[in-house]
Design a protein around this ligand. Structure first.
Ligand code: HEM
Length: 479
């Protein structure tokens, strides 16, 4: 293979074209750590004909997240994967400046006023779910499946609105599922193959479009009737030019948001609960704090509505989510494509056009250099700066997790820079409210036969390996 000496080092491989795909695919984190030891924080490997340059540790994070858009773009890396799912005209199917405007529009649906309205809806949806499916006093359930359902119902209700939520089981959930099946590494690697899932997704997309168009048209007929949800926010939003987001693009944006938040939040909530099941002392500490904040001892089916301020002040749950994201970030490979050769600051490396660069913030967030007992789940570490000298210097904490203002941090589960997640605060609100409801009503225990599941790296979002069995036990109301 020909590469100039100023490129980052190349990982040796033995099978042409395929390169290191198998070793990387089986356990990407092990793969990256192994070659980090040999080559340092920047190195390239071959994967199915593509050259992928891994950029890790704080310098790698900073490089990928803050590199100039004229040299390196996300849309060239992601659009073939996301367009069949999100549809045209949104996110990576538009120039970056337009995505920035679309992200601003989404923020209107994630205001504090909206969050206040979302909390009782989330509690109600979780209650409805467990009343219907967790009916025994004690049982073993597939936790990932249950939590995924709760996430889809709470997100559909709060973001897409009650009309679409009420029709979720008239086939809409299946349509989501069809779209979702395009969101796999296969579709990234074989973008040029006419995979059957593409045809299915096109059909599913057309059906969803027409359902959304119907709901939007109904709402447009009654402009005086206000809804506090993402749908209303997007229907009212305009580009700087004054042009509104078209109804079709409103629908596509909603699909994109739902997809962006589904597996990420479901995985995080599931890992959080599994860790709480394995650490009942932390679960009790969370309950104690909740009781103190709401001013009564909560136990059993009485799950009162709580305020936005209460959710914000659930510090133990905050630490639980933050610590879960540190060691089990659902997104472990964030990609960009080099469109013009780009120099890596403070090195002699230049990465040629056509290469992909990969950030993997989980490498630094589980590095002993930054966190003591880095692989262990210790939510209380976020109570102090003890293990985290450099980690938090550049962050402002708004009570819903760390809002990073810089990419020079080892802990970036939501990314940084222009493509940083806008769903972080919503995710924290949703996850903490679900945990509040479930911890009030149930105790959890790991399934003795399954224990703590391993990670499954076969999907774009890292999930716990199924079946994710977990035991619940109803907490009986004290009287
Ligand atoms: C971007 C993580 C939930 C919407 C991102 C990125 C990460 C991330 C790492 C950066 C991607 C990149 O740089 O390539 C997460 C995690 C979540 C979560 C861990 C839950 C625990 C959500 C939710 C929403 C959402 C609930 C929507 C309500 C977005 C959007 C982007 C994004 C719109 C921006 C994409 C861009 O500008 O390129 N997320 N996310 N996310 N996320 Fe999230």
């Amino acid at each position: 293979l020909n590469y100039s000496p100023s490129e980052p080092p190349f990982v040796t491989y033995y099978v042409p074209f395929i390169g290191s795909m198998i070793e990387f695919g089986i356990h990407p984190i092990k793969f990256i750590r192994k070659y980090q030891k040999i080559h340092g924080n920047f190195f390239t490997f071959l994967m199915f004909g593509r050259r992928m340059t891994v950029c890790i540790d704080i310098d790698g994070n900073d490089f990928v997240f803050n590199v100039k858009h004229s040299n390196v773009t996300a849309e060239d890396a992601y659009n073939s994967l996301t367009k069949p799912v999100f549809g045209e005209g949104v996110v990576y199917d538009v120039p970056n400046s337009m995505l920035m405007e679309q992200k601003r529009m989404v923020k209107a649906g994630l205001s504090i006023e909206n969050f206040r309205a979302y909390i009782p809806i989330i509690i109600m949806e979780v209650n409805q779910y467990v009343d219907k499916y967790w009916t025994k006093d004690e049982d073993s359930i597939d936790l990932l499946q249950s939590i995924s359902e709760m996430i889809i119902m709470t997100a559909s209700h709060t973001l897409l609105g009650p009309e679409i939520r009420s029709r979720l089981y008239e086939g809409i959930a299946d349509l989501y599922h069809t779209l979702d099946s395009c969101f796999t590494p296969i579709h990234f690697l074989f973008e040029w193959l006419p995979l059957p899932s593409y045809y299915a997704s096109e059909k599913a997309h057309a059906e969803l479009d027409s359902i959304f168009a119907g709901v939007i048209a109904e709402r447009r007929k009654n402009p005086a009737e206000k809804h506090i949800d993402m749908l209303d926010a997007l229907m009212a939003s305009k580009y700087k030019t004054g042009e509104p987001l078209s109804d079709k693009h409103v629908g596509n944006m909603l699909i994109a948001l739902l997809m962006a938040g589904q597996h990420t939040s479901a995985a995080t909530t599931t890992w959080a609960l599994l860790n709480l099941a394995a650490n009942p002392d932390v679960a009790d500490e969370a309950r104690k704090e909740i009781n103190a904040l709401v001013g009564q001892e909560l136990k059993g089916d009485n799950v009162p509505d709580i305020s936005y301020e209460d959710v914000k002040d659930f510090n133990v749950l905050n630490n639980v989510v933050r610590e879960t994201l540190r060691i089990r970030s659902p997104l472990i490979q964030l990609m960009r494509k080099v469109v013009k050769p780009v120099a890596v600051p403070n090195t002699s490396y230049v990465i040629p056009a056509g290469y992909y660069i990969i950030a993997s913030p989980i490498i630094s967030s589980t590095d002993e250099k930054y966190y003591k007992n880095a692989e262990d789940w210790i939510p209380s570490r976020w109570n102090s700066d003890e293990t985290d000298e450099s980690a938090d210097k550049n962050m402002t904490d708004y009570g819903f997790g760390a809002m990073s203002t810089s990419a020079r941090s080892p802990n970036l589960p939501f990314g940084a820079g222009r493509h940083r997640c806008i769903g972080e605060q919503f995710a924290y609100l949703q996850i903490k409210t679900i945990l509040y409801t479930l911890l009030t009503r149930f105790e959890f225990e790991l399934d003795p036969k399954r224990g703590m599941p391993e990670r499954n790296y076969q999907s774009m979002v890292v999930l716990p390996e199924g079946p994710v069995l977990c035991r619940y036990k109803r907490r009986v109301t004290a009287n």
